[in-house]
Design a protein around this ligand. Sequence first.
Ligand SMILES: [Fe+2]
Ligand SMILES: [Fe+2]
Length: 178
Amino acid sequence: MNIRAMLRAHMIATELTALIREAGLSRCAAFIQHGDTSCLLHCVAVAFYSALLLDVLRVRYDRRALVRGALLHDFFLYDWHRRRRAPGEPLHAFHHPLAALENARGHVALTDKEADIIRKHMFPVTPTPPASREGLAVCLTDKLCALYEGLCRNTYPTLRRLYARMLEEPELPANDGQ
Ligand SMILES: [Fe+2]
Ligand SMILES: [Fe+2]
């Protein structure tokens, strides 16, 4: 493993652990994003591959902002396949970046760059492009990951192994919802 790969894996493990603790990010494991890929695994994959993309291109970037923005970009916490929209609520594609941003801000302090990555990751479906190279990398990688997840099953075997314990769905209390 080269130094960039180690930094990438370590940063994702560190921020994933912190966001699970501080924001309850593991709740995303309860929802399917595409195919058989959970929303949490999808976010980990977008973080990993957008960092890989910029590392391969040898672009200087804010690794922590990219990883945190990517890990939180789909922190909307509902099953988008089944959700009934509230009256006047836009389609999921337009609505969820702001829902994710609002949820994230309810738990952790975000830098302007992190917030921008989350808010604009659906470009060009939403009209404003990300303001940073980190945001552009997340935006592009998100599309490629969605395509892969839609077409394949048992996705990201290496990431599933690497972050196995962190990707588990949290156990709910026995009397939850009763
Ligand atoms: Fe999204
Ligand atoms: Fe996404």
